[in-house]
Design a protein around this ligand. Sequence first.
Ligand SMILES: [Zn+2]
Length: 159
Amino acid sequence: MRTYGESELLEAASAFHGHLGPYLVLGLKAGELANKIMGKDPFKMRAEVFCPPKPPHSCILDGVQFSTGCTMGKGNIAMHPSEGVKVIFAKKGRSLEISPKKVIVEQISSLKRGAIEDMSRKIYGDSVEEIFDYDLKPSETHKTNETVHSAGRGPKVSR
Ligand SMILES: [Zn+2]
């Protein structure tokens, strides 16, 4: 399977998406962060994307699909219409919640048309700490399974 180098990824994703925009880049960066923390796996990872259901915000979906391989076709990405923007990745009993920082969202919403591509490239070069708040934790499903499992053991559990 072909993987892209860092500079190629932005160009390839823009070609896939149709233009270079800030929410595409936020999706790419969020996906790259999830790959780094949880390990890239286009089959075992799942992405839940919360965003207003139209561009520019929904462009984040394509960035996430492109970087993680969680795709509509495989059914391991879903969009949940919401006012704010966040992505929750799940893999192997862990979940990673990523949301763009308020200051970044505000910068994007006040962008002039001609500055969109420059801003997108700038965001792509920013460190994840500058643009995201993120939190890795055991996933809800995992917790539920554990509860069911230990409850099922009944008397064998010493308390
Ligand atoms: Zn777009």
